[in-house]
Design a protein around this ligand. Structure first.
Ligand code: ME8
Length: 631
């Protein structure tokens, strides 16, 4: 059996967990769940980093002894992971005995390797990073390049690790394993650090008291970062060389944000090289989650209110939004209005309505799931697409492209909606066409079962609800066509994504971007004649490309295909859609609007969108030929 060991960072307990921590942990959870359904033996680690000066200080501020403080904070993380449906196998704490003993064993081995020496250290120190900032990273202002805070001058007697000695071996490792540090932007950053030369690093602190003593000199406390990295091994039972340790080490994936990839992809591998242990296979770093374009900061009030959004839309919508909206390696700006739009469009409309519709038709026309006796047009295409979706999904997940993975699944969801439409299945209830109706509904239900398997790593509660409504008694994780039994009773089909009251959303989500809407309603009571209405040429078009317009935050320049011609249209939707999410979408265009020049950009037509608390593009329920007229 193949094994898969995945880790998140162990988070500092000097503050409560926030949406940034949630993002990494949910992404790791998706990978763990995906590998489980593929049949791999999975070990998924998350946990907390409890030592060091910052945690000590937070304990003092809280008026608690450090251990008592950690004992109070750790359960807050556990509680959040439970709420977010995280399926970790271990919640690691660095104050545990297992970790302490394992870290001592590792430190002894490191010392015995001959790569540790004692020396004096003086330099510019960043408290939040708990590290000396190397000379070459220093600016004239002497501020931390990560935290942008002033650095302290610190002089200490420290133990050092000969990191510089591993420069060439690390370079060779990067070259032999192009995906070791991932994605490419991170790899290139780390390669340039390597190219500019590594300095030895201090691995102990004599000014810190909250931590683990060096076994070879108990006067010194191990530097919290060096200790924390070892947790990935101590958690498995490295100290006793346990069966679990031998099964799962080396880790397949260490996942984190880009702030800490140097520790994981340079220092940690060098430490492992020194003690002759295998290196983790991949160090993967995603971008920052921001709010209104700014770094999250509790003190500055830049926070993401996860609780409200989960209460309003449900956990799965929150998980879906985080993974679908942002491209994994890049920074992503969190916008409740976009969560709202995704909820309505992708979840409630595309998926929820499909399930409801199919179950409704089965209930109305059959006693339980009908047998697929009468093949016909489109059936083979659907079956093939089910398989290609599985394959494409695998490629995307292996590349950590969660957004593309979900888009691939949703292409299949939309294809099934179109299948229903193309076959006009609801018209086939007459006795002579009923066997064909049964076959189409069987295929649609089997497609929904497939979809539930594929979405289960991302939105596990929804996946289970779907299979339950289809009538399956135990969750079937196998993506093989034709496994759906016939004659079982489907349920009534309560909406899996019920309508969210926008008033409730408005109250709980005071949005910076939300502007009072002009009261158009009174005006629209003026009636127009049918002849006037007919003057409008509304057509289905596809967005081919989208890009921002310099100096116009609300506008996007779109290239659209109307079937017979291509057009450029300016749309005021930039606050609600990022360009990459628009490409490929079918929209409705007012094709005979007078051309206009908006901010020096020509616009030939107008894209229609629902415009209320959020802005959602108007589209057709299932895909239609480009240029189709809307009447
Ligand atoms: O660095 N966007 O702990 P930490 C995305 N204890 N991810 C974010 C984020 C944001 N705005 N903010 C935090 C430590 N994260 C050490 C780790 S591991 C051996 C020791 C996530 O509490 C992201 O995963 O500062 C980032 O790398 C991590 O939290 C930092 O957590």
């Amino acid at each position: 059996m193949r094994t898969f060991y995945i880790t998140t960072p162990i988070y500092y307990v000097n503050g409560e967990p926030h949406a940034g921590h949630a993002y990494t942990t949910i992404a790791a959870d998706v990978l763990a769940r995906y590998h489980r359904i593929k049949g791999d033996e999975v070990f998924f680690l998350t946990g907390v980093d409890e030592h060091g000066a910052n945690v000590h200080k937070a304990a003092e501020n809280a008026g608690l002894a450090p251990q008592d403080y950690c004992d109070k904070m750790a359960p807050i993380f556990v509680k959040l992971w439970k709420r977010l449906n995280i399926s970790h196998d271990i919640f690691m704490r660095t104050t545990s005995d297992m970790h302490k003993r394992g870290a001592e064993k590792f430190l002894t081995a490191l010392y015995d390797s001959g790569d540790v020496y004692k020396g004096a250290y003086e330099g510019h120190y960043c408290r939040p990073c708990e590290r000396f900032v190397p000379e070459k990273e220093l600016t004239d202002e002497k501020i931390c390049p990560i935290h942008k805070l002033p650095l302290e001058w610190l002089e200490e007697e420290n133990y050092f690790f000969k990191l510089s000695k591993y420069q060439d071996r690390l370079l060779a490792h990067f070259h032999d394993n192009p995906d070791f540090a991932y994605p490419a932007a991170r790899r290139n950053e780390l390669l340039s650090v390597l190219d500019s030369g590594l300095e030895d690093i201090s691995i102990s602190r004599s000014s810190v008291s909250w931590g683990i003593s060096l076994p070879f000199d108990p006067e010194h406390i191990v530097y919290v970062w060096i200790e924390a990295l070892m947790n990935y091994m101590t958690a498995l039972g490295y100290e006793t060389d346990s069966e679990q340790y031998r099964t799962f080490w080396p880790a397949d994936v260490h996942i984190m944000a880009k702030d800490i990839s140097r520790f994981h992809a340079l220092i940690w591998p060098a430490m492992l090289m020194a003690v002759n242990l295998p290196l983790p296979k991949q160090v993967v770093a995603h971008g920052w989650l921001t709010k209104d374009g700014e770094a999250l900061s509790k003190t500055r009030g830049i926070v993401i209110d996860m609780d409200t959004d989960i209460d309003t839309y449900g956990l799965d919508a929150f998980r879906y939004y985080l993974l679908r909206e942002f491209s994994f390696g890049n920074d992503g700006d969190y916008r409740p209005a976009r969560l709202h739009a995704r909820y309505n469009a992708d979840l409630a409309n595309d998926l929820g309505n499909l399930l409801n519709r199919v179950l409704g038709l089965v209930n109305k026309n059959f006693e339980g799931i009908p047998a697929p006796t009468t093949p016909g047009e489109f059936d083979d295409e659907i079956k093939e697409m089910a398989q290609t979706t599985v394959d494409k999904l695998d490629d995307h997940i292996n590349a950590f492209a969660f957004d593309a993975a979900l888009e691939t699944i949703w292409e299949f969801v939309r294809r099934i909606n179109r299948y229903i439409q193309q076959t006009q299945v609801w018209t086939l209830a007459k006795p002579e066409t009923k066997p064909r109706m049964g076959t189409i509904l069987y295929n649609s239900l089997e497609a929904l079962r497939f979809i539930s398997v594929l979405i289960s790593p991302f939105i596990p509660e929804t996946a289970e609800k779907i299979q339950k409504q289809i009538g399956l008694s135990a969750f079937d994780t196998t993506a093989e066509w034709g496994r759906l039994p016939v004659d079982i009773t489907v349920s009534r089909g309560d909406p899996i994504f019920p309508r969210v009251d926008t008033k409730q959303q408005k109250q709980t989500q005071p949005e910076k971007a939300a502007k009072p809407k002009p009261k158009k309603a009174e005006k629209t009571t003026d009636l127009v004649s049918f002849a006037d209405f007919q003057k409008l040429d509304l057509r289905v078009a596809r967005i081919l490309a989208a890009e921002p317009i310099e100096g116009a935050d609300r506008l996007l320049k779109l290239q659209v295909d109307l079937g017979t011609e291509k057009r450029q249209v300016v749309a005021g939707i930039a606050e609600h859609y990022t360009p990459d999410t628009l490409v490929g979408k079918q929209v409705i265009i007012v094709a005979n609007l007078e051309p206009a020049t908006i901010r020096n950009v020509e616009s030939h037509g107008m894209v229609l969108a629902g415009s209320g608390d959020s802005v959602v593009l108007a589209t057709v329920e299932t895909e239609m030929p480009l240029g189709t007229q809307i009447k």
